[in-house]
Design a protein around this ligand. Structure first.
Ligand code: GDP
Length: 317
């Protein structure tokens, strides 16, 4: 495939978020000189007219769709309507607007939760739609599956060279550290940090500690996005991950070590575990010549530093 023109205009939808902000950094460090962001405060992509107006005026050659309503297990479980409808609207409006603006390349970002709850591990791309979904995030997953279908439909009907990538659980600078709506990794950084700071004896971790999750640093995902725009052109989604997972209990111990918490870890089994295991088969993306570079211990340490410098400092705690 061809290298993208470094002066082509690239629109990153969702540039205020964890993923979008990392994609902007990665594009700029890869030499792209005309990167335009779209934050939710700037344009409400749930509004079809607003989305079309913004994308038409921007006239991007490339769109990366990192705009989504996202959240951890509790938020997904509690607000399925918003996770379904906001995401359906955002992605449909963005794809329609990108088509109207004659955008040649679109990268749609989904999630590893699109795969069946009991998919064979590590999860291959072709296990999509072969079994029932995990109930705590089925609404979000169905929306993301519809997004993949949107990309495939534009390819089939209009010959668009658009693609979809499915990242595993992501973390890094710019993450959401709110304890009710966040994912597990930022939640544990905050819980263990506050426990160490306050001299608490215990930290409560949700569920049984036995579910297995794979964690990818968002800067690795962003590098993969730039790579895929130049190396991948196929209707099938492509997984982006490390291919390695840990139990939530192992993650909790690693976070405790990172922040210097030496007390006890207790499990609140009234909280859901979610899917038992979710590790991606990454052989397809590796065959295109990409692999992650940031290990979990290193990524935890740098994310904790970011948390201290940005969240703790701002909160004055
Ligand atoms: P998931 O990968 O979609 O299930 O999303 P999460 O990142 O929210 O949760 C992953 C796993 O971590 C689940 O088994 C949760 O129950 C568990 N977990 C443990 N403690 C926490 C916590 O404080 N916050 C969150 N979000 N999850 C936690």
């Amino acid at each position: 495939m061809d290298e993208l023109d470094r002066s082509a205009r690239v629109l990153v939808a969702g540039s205020g978020g964890l993923v979008g902000s990392a994609v902007v950094r990665a594009l700029e460090s890869a030499g792209f000189t005309d990167v335009v962001g779209a934050r939710s405060a700037q344009v409400d992509l749930r509004d079809a007219d607003a989305a079309r107006e913004f994308v038409t005026a921007t006239a991007p050659a490339v769109v990366v769709d990192a705009a989504a309503r996202v959240g951890g297990i509790a938020a997904n479980n509690a607000r399925p309507v918003e996770f379904l409808h906001d995401n359906l609207r955002i992605q449909a409006n963005l794809l329609d607007a990108a088509h109207a603006a004659d955008t040649g390349r679109v990268l749609f970002l989904g999630s590893s939760c699109i795969y069946p709850k009991f998919a064979e591990q590590p999860i291959r791309e072709d296990s999509l739609l072969t079994g029932p979904l995990e109930a705590t995030n089925d609404a979000y997953a169905v929306a993301k599956i519809a997004g993949i279908m949107g990309v495939q439909s534009y390819r089939r009907e209009y010959g668009r060279r658009w693609i979809s990538a499915m990242p595993t659980n992501l973390y890094g600078p710019g993450d959401n550290f709110d304890l009710e709506s966040s994912h597990v990794l930022p939640a544990l950084i905050r819980k263990f940090h506050e426990a160490a700071r306050d001299g608490s004896e215990q930290v409560v971790v949700w569920g049984t500690g036995t579910p297995r999750r794979e964690f990818l640093h968002v800067d690795d995902l962003a590098a993969a996005c730039v790579h895929l725009l130049e190396a991948y052109d196929d209707p099938a989604p492509i997984n982006v991950g490390t291919g390695q997972d840990v139990t939530i209990a192992e993650l909790a111990s690693a976070v405790a070590r990172t922040v210097g918490f030496t007390g006890e870890i207790v499990y609140d089994t009234s909280r859901p575990d979610g899917t038992p295991r979710k590790v991606l088969d990454v052989s397809k993306i590796e065959a295109t010549g990409w692999k992650p570079t940031i290990g979990l211990a290193e990524g935890l340490a740098s994310t904790y530093r970011w948390y201290l410098d940005n969240i703790v400092v701002e909160a004055g705690t």
